[in-house]
Design a protein. Structure first.
Ligand SMILES: [Zn+2]
Length: 525
């Protein structure tokens, strides 16, 4: 009887409320980490309105997901998409992996002011949702330039005001890149002062730490301390252990995270699943040599004393840090002054200049490259064991640290094309480091909760309809270091804000992405 009434009630509801999209016969992995269950999903407008058994319900579009897995759209908490989103608003490298939301403004670098930039992104009509952090380095640069000194109280006041405005503009929180110039010139207490402003809005702190190699433990302590002192959630971004001599230290970094959490500090982690990192060739140079910018660096390189100090530091970084002990491990990705260098490593380039490949000569080559403006490069110096240990931590979510590359141009890190699919293919299906449910949680529900995007990241009635339909047996990253420009496979359909962006593997013309702002952008104190 009750069942009959339910059917009547359901059909009455459905007669007046046909769905726009009905996904049927799915294995639902809902983003919470719960085991999959069978069911149907009804979407109206941009929202999931019903879930459960919806057999025969009227719908403008019905998608049969039999044999496939349905998950929330993936949220990438760490991207550098601010250039590429205008070149390819479809963000095809990301949507092919099932990514439906991109976060910019990482590593301490963001556009300022934020509001006009976010409007520009909206005007480009992206397929994906887009949000941004505000960068501590960008704030400092606006007030102090690239100077290597402490800020005055007045300057700190100015920086706090810029941070406040960015939060009002919708920033998700404060990012820092304390490894990079000018973040590296910032004392911890100054970061804490800015973080307190962000805390008052309910925002989080996320950091590319000062040192991911020999000093990684102190850097984790600093990141935890900024969360503790600043009174806000804190996150170690793209957590990795660089340099063979430091491999295994993730045992201790994860212990520091556990201990901090045990005493009430809200600290979390994100990670990409590759044994190489990617950043500018400036990463081989001591930070002090970059104070004041490129012109100042060139002057220092022209002074024999300073040049030899810089060179000694570069040699050290090739030996025990990002260079992974061999100039071969440093591969150019994109060089604006000489695009032909893309894909070539520092040993090859040194040899091609007629020099024997020694650490000294490789450092000379690095100096010549930097004198011409530098390259983006890939550094092979991370161990598989550390990746898997960090990935297993319940406090780790997934972020690509990627960009929207110009398709076919240069030799970028494959993480832009493959991060999310690689986790599902290699670390779920092949190596069984995570269950599918755990992995999806780390790409959706966990991330949305961290970002306070409370209407996304889970498949539940009332949530925004960002939905991936994928085949877990076929999902596969295709991009590798030699051939990075290859889209991932295995996502059959993709829905963003209730609109179909990928249908049966084909891109549609829909561009339903929205600007996402921290909720609410209102001071809680
Ligand atoms: Zn970074």
């Amino acid at each position: 009887m009750a069942c009959m009434l339910q059917v009547i009630a359901l059909s009455f509801f459905l007669q007046i409320q046909p769905f726009d999209i009905l996904i049927q016969h799915a294995h639902i992995v809902d983003g919470s980490g719960n085991p999959w269950y069978s069911g149907d999903i009804g979407i109206k407008g941009d929202t999931i309105v019903s879930m459960g058994r919806l057999d025969g319900a009227p719908s403008k579009l019905t998608i049969d997901a039999h044999g496939l897995t349905v998950t929330p759209g993936f949220i990438d908490i760490h991207t550098h998409a601010r250039r590429g989103i205008f070149l390819d608003p479809a963000a095809q490298n990301y949507i092919r992996q099932g990514v439906t939301t991109l976060m910019e403004g990482q590593d301490g670098s963001s556009p300022l002011p934020l509001a006009p930039f976010l409007k520009q992104v909206a005007d480009a009509h992206p397929a994906v949702n887009f949000g941004s952090f505000v960068g501590q380095g960008s704030i400092r640069q606006q007030v102090l330039g690239l100077e290597n000194r402490k800020a005055t109280p007045e300057e700190i006041g100015k920086m706090k005001e810029i941070a406040r405005q960015a939060m009002l503009d919708g920033a998700m929180g404060l990012s820092s890149g304390l490894f990079y110039v000018p973040g590296n010139f910032t004392p911890t207490e100054e970061v804490v002062e800015i973080a307190k402003v962000v805390a008052s809005f309910g925002g989080m702190y996320i950091s590319h730490m000062r040192d991911e190699a020999a000093g990684v433990l102190d850097s984790v302590r600093e990141t935890i301390g900024i969360g503790e002192e600043g009174g806000l959630p804190t996150q170690i971004t793209h957590h990795k252990i660089i340099g063979a001599a430091n491999w295994g230290k993730s045992v201790e970094t994860l212990k520091l995270v556990e201990e901090a959490r045990a005493r009430g500090v809200d600290v979390t982690i994100d990670q990409y699943p590759y044994t190489a990192s990617s950043t500018g060739t400036a990463a081989l140079f001591p930070q002090w040599s970059q104070a004041g910018g490129q012109k100042a660096l060139l002057e220092r390189l022209a002074a024999p004393d300073e040049r030899s100090r810089i060179k000694a530091e570069i040699i050290q970084r090739i030996k025990v840090d990002r260079g992974g002990g061999d100039p071969k491990n440093i591969v150019m990705a994109n060089c604006s002054f000489d695009p032909a260098l893309a894909g070539k490593n520092l040993a090859d380039i040194t040899a091609a200049r007629g020099r024997p490949v020694t650490f000294e000569n490789a450092a000379e080559t690095a100096i010549e490259i930097q004198q011409k403006g530098g390259c983006q490069a890939i550094y092979h110096a991370i161990s598989e064991e550390d990746i898997e240990r960090i990935l297993r931590s319940p406090y780790t979510m997934i972020g690509s640290d990627g960009e929207i590359p110009e398709f076919g141009h240069g030799a970028p890190h494959p993480r832009s094309y493959g991060t999310f699919s690689r986790v599902l293919a290699r670390y779920v299906r092949e190596r069984k480091v995570l269950t599918l449910e755990e992995a999806v949680h780390k790409m959706s529900g966990y991330t949305s909760e961290r970002l306070r995007l409370f209407d996304r990241g889970l498949l539940r009635p009332g949530m925004k309809a960002d939905i991936v339909i994928l085949d877990p047996a076929k999902v596969q990253d295709k991009a590798d270091y030699a051939n990075p420009h290859q889209y991932a496979e295995g996502v059959r359909d993709l829905i963003i804000n209730g609109q179909v962006v990928i249908s049966n593997g084909q891109l549609t013309s829909a561009r339903p992405g929205r600007i996402l702002r921290a909720t609410p952008a209102v001071q809680v104190k």
